[in-house]
Design a protein around this ligand. Structure first.
Ligand code: NAP
Length: 339
């Protein structure tokens, strides 16, 4: 094992879109696990839009960043963390992490399911989509759904799960024609459009001429306004995120059709996936058999090598990902058996 650990620090607060200069790779000696902890060599990292929100204040400057990661326990000073075990934890953006048993969760092994799935459809991404559709939206069979940022991590998972749950017409918006084609050809969407090609309200009205019952909102702003116009009476909006605003330096988008929420008796509700971790087992039970049978495929963009983690993050904010963006350590195994 190497004697050096590498960590990513945030070194400046971005104004608008972050740049590589807002980050630094810092080398240090390999950390020593204290009693009650274990050293984990990280294999896969997740970079997420919420990291951009944290860059405005919650991430301390010149200190290791945090994020979801999968790794292998390489040295343990606690019997609850066995050497060789694969674990999930939240001390990512570094090659090595020291964790307590409370901070790490052993990964379940599902035959034939790649490890990366624990950061995509079986991880926080899939859980967000699952909770949004079930607990918040209470999706019923045959209901018509519109999803924004549909070709991203939560958007592709939402499409896959909504299809399994018997949704009616599934419509997605995404940033390029190629992403829109991917949604209809691979993910199970019935229609998809590139939101750069016209006003979203017009594109949505064309893709869902009879209206929608449910809007899964990853973006806020213009697609939210468009969805309010397309929703039928008693429709629902699930607020998942506001990525249109995270890098914006201008005034937030003003919704012009708020009265429609009253006129059509719409319900809008947001949630945080961190408050629904109790749904994790339910998600495994629902999705794993479909992954194993091949009915559900993985939507992932995998970046090779820890060196690429900052570029992967910035690329995701620019829309360069299709599905969940994941960074993989050079030589990392692709499945839990180590192959
Ligand atoms: P993602 O969709 O994989 O990646 C972000 C995508 O957003 C990009 O690929 C880009 O795709 C799109 N985007 C970027 N800027 C945009 C803009 N100005 N307008 C419209 N689209 C834009 O990321 P994710 O992890 O699935 O997250 C999606 C949303 O869910 C985010 O808002 C995130 O904060 C939220 N989230 C919330 C929770 C929760 O617990 N509530 C959990 C996870 C994620 P295009 O090419 O299509 O523009």
């Amino acid at each position: 094992m190497t004697e050096t650990a590498r960590t990513v620090h945030q070194t400046a607060r971005p104004h608008g879109f972050p740049t590589p200069g807002d980050f630094a790779f810092v080398e240090s000696a390999l950390p020593e696990p204290a009693p009650g902890t274990a050293l984990v060599e990280n294999l896969y990292w997740s970079v997420d839009p919420y990291h951009r929100e944290m860059m405005d204040g919650e991430f301390a400057l010149n200190a290791p960043l945090e994020g979801r990661a999968l790794g292998r326990v390489v040295e343990s000073r606690d019997p609850a963390l066995r050497e060789g075990e694969l674990v999930f934890h939240r001390q990512g953006w570094r090659t090595h992490s020291v964790v307590t048993p409370e901070e790490a969760r052993a990964l379940p092994r599902f035959d034939g399911v790649p490890l990366s799935a624990h950061l995509s459809i079986l991880g926080g991404t899939g859980l967000t989509a699952y909770v949004g559709l079930t607990r918040v939206a209470e999706l019923r069979e045959g209901q018509d759904v519109f999803v924004s940022a549909a070709a991203g991590a939560v958007g592709t998972a939402t499409g896959r799960l909504a299809r399994l749950m018997g949704a009616g017409r599934l419509v997605g918006s995404a940033g390029t024609a190629a992403k829109a084609a991917y949604l209809t050809e691979h993910v199970g969407y019935d229609a998809a459009f590139d939101y750069h090609t016209g006003p979203t309200a017009e594109l949505l009205a064309k893709a869902a001429p009879d209206g929608i019952d449910l809007y899964i909102d990853n973006v806020g702003g213009e697609p939210l306004e468009a969805a309010i116009s397309s929703l039928r009476e008693f429709g629902r909006i699930v607020r998942i995120g506001t990525i249109a605003q995270y890098n914006s330096t201008g005034a937030p988008y003003t919704l012009r059709n708020l009265p429609d929420i009253v006129e059509k008796s719409l319900r809008m509700e947001g949630f945080h996936v961190r408050n629904h971790r109790d749904a994790q087992e339910e998600l495994y039970e629902f999705v794993v058999p479909h992954l194993q049978s091949g009915r559900v495929g993985l939507d992932e963009t995998v970046v090779e090598g820890f060196d690429g983690i900052v570029d992967a993050f910035l690329g995701m904010l620019r829309g360069e990902n299709r599905g969940k963006i994941i960074v993989r350590a050079a030589g990392a195994p692709s499945d839990a058996l180590g192959v």
